[in-house]
Design a protein around this ligand. Structure first.
Ligand code: AMP
Ligand code: ZN
Length: 467
């Protein structure tokens, strides 16, 4: 299995630390607002990564967090806590806000057929683990305390900047303009591990006792503490959006590796963004869509999933209503294939040549998805296979096998219950057609259609479906 590793900017072969297990940590949502179709693209591709690893024979241990405290409106310690902001806006408590958006997130990912992580962990349930990790860093001399916060001292960690490939001086420039200026902060790139309930945070409602006083954890320490708790000090793959590279993941690496002295994650995988009609998704532009908005237009979640798969995860992709409607049409066609193939499960004796073809399609599909998740290619191979001359039974088997990775719920496509009367008419028509009695065949087809059903013919068979 090959994956692009942001650490090295190379496509590398994955060699798990503890095979056949693969320890996978994927950064989860901050639950202060609705999960939108941009987020869902990222979570769908995390799911594709997990399914592909499973398909390749690995046993994936997947952990995902829910950020319900500490994520400020700016990534570099400025602004206010997103959850507190959400609570102010809606007049609810922070806990109610977190629960409401967590529920909406979970229901969206279920509809997208995203397999549940082994552990879905909330930051607020793990504050003790975070405090322990900060204490470890403190003992090793990587922190300093100011009246406002406990900071990680980036200048004590020589590798700081290795993920984004920015030197500490470049980082200084990058954050200087927007960083909240705690006059006691030694370097603008230093980041808070623990915020004290003073100054701008004096009314912060989520608070815990700590050796540094009442307060709450920073966003970055959450992911390090939870990843290590459930997966160990060194993991195989850590994912997030490309916006996580310069700050969130850089900081996760610094604090984790400073605490343990070991590499934190072998692979860093980053997903690109989803634009809408060529523009960044935002509420002010009116192009901010949730899964519910998409479903209201008659689009199934699996059609949206198919649309996502048509772009590579490292490409910027563009959502348009036209494209998602085409994806729905393609998904309808796929379902039709399933129904047709099921009705033709007769398996002809496989010739050597056809057997080779089956293997060839399987190998090409495997190779595509195992080459840094080339799903657009995988999907193209699936269509090619469906249109090929291999026997229908084998086509169906291969399609279902591919769907272990694609996750398009193809095995769940329902047979429409065709009334006996229609089935009889269809059989009569088929016999008429076979006997060359086309006039009679046409008459029967019209009768079937007038009753709300349609007939799809194939070489030696037919399928009846509801119109
Ligand atoms: P947020 O909860 O808005 O901070 O977003 C959480 C993560 O979702 C971000 O850090 C991104 O990695 C990802 N994300 C947000 N917007 C998009 C988008 N339009 N397309 C893809 N991923 C996104
Ligand atoms: Zn994270």
């Amino acid at each position: 299995m090959k994956l692009h590793n942001t650490l090295t900017r190379q496509i590398e072969t994955l060699t798990p630390l503890n095979p056949p297990n693969v320890a996978l940590y994927t950064c989860g949502p901050t639950v202060y607002d609705y999960t939108h179709i941009g987020h869902l693209r990222k979570f769908t591709y995390d799911d594709i990564l997990k399914r592909t690893l499973t398909y390749m024979g690995y046993n994936v241990k997947h952990v995902m967090n829910i950020t319900d405290v500490g994520h400020l409106t700016g990534d570099t310690d400025e602004g206010e806590d997103k959850l507190e902001k959400g609570a102010k806006k809606t007049g609810k408590t922070v806990w109610e806000v977190a629960q409401f958006y967590t529920d909406q997130f979970v229901s969206s990912i279920k509809k997208m057929n995203i397999i549940d992580p082994l552990v879905l962990c909330k930051a607020t349930d793990h504050v003790k683990d975070m405090i322990h990790l900060i204490q470890k860093l403190e003992q090793k001399g990587f922190t300093y305390d100011t009246p406002e916060a406990v900071y990680f001292d980036t200048q004590k960690f020589p590798d700081y900047g290795k993920l984004s490939r920015q030197s500490i001086e470049e980082k200084k420039q990058a954050v200087r303009d927007n960083v909240h200026l705690d006059p006691n902060k030694k370097h603008p790139a230093d980041f808070a591990l623990w915020f004290k309930r003073v100054g701008r945070f004096k009314d912060h409602s989520m608070r815990w006792n700590s050796p540094w006083g009442d307060g709450f954890p920073g966003w970055h320490i959450e992911c390090s503490a939870m990843a290590m708790k459930y997966l160990g000090e060194s993991i195989d793959i850590h994912t997030g959006g490309i916006d996580h590279i310069p700050v969130h993941h850089e900081n996760e690496i610094a604090q984790s590796e400073a605490a343990t002295g070991k590499p934190f994650s072998q692979f860093w995988v980053h997903h690109n963004f989803l634009n809408v009609e060529g523009e960044k998704m935002s509420k002010s532009l009116g192009n901010f869509y949730t899964l519910n908005d998409v479903e209201k237009k008659g689009i199934e979640p699996m059609a949206l999933r198919l649309l996502y798969l048509q772009a590579h995860y490292r490409q910027l992709s563009n959502f348009t209503w036209e494209a998602v409607k085409s994806a729905q049409e393609a998904y309808d066609k796929l379902k039709e294939f399933v129904i047709t193939l099921r009705s033709q499960t007769s398996r002809t004796m496989l010739s050597e040549e056809k057997l080779q073809k089956v293997d060839e399609y399987r190998n090409r599909f495997r190779e595509s998805v195992a080459s840094d998740l080339q799903l657009p290619q995988g999907v193209a191979i699936m269509w090619e296979m469906l249109k090929s001359s291999i026997p229908s039974g084998d086509k169906l088997d291969l399609l279902f096998e591919f769907d272990q990775v694609l996750g398009l719920r193809l095995t769940e496509v329902e047979e429409v219950n065709i009334p006996e009367e229609i089935q009889k008419l269809a059989e009569k028509r088929f016999e008429a057609k076979k006997a060359g009695n086309y006039e009679e065949g046409d008459k029967l087809r019209k009768e079937i259609e007038s009753k709300g059903y349609a007939i799809l013919d194939s070489a030696n068979s037919y399928v009846v479906k509801k119109k």
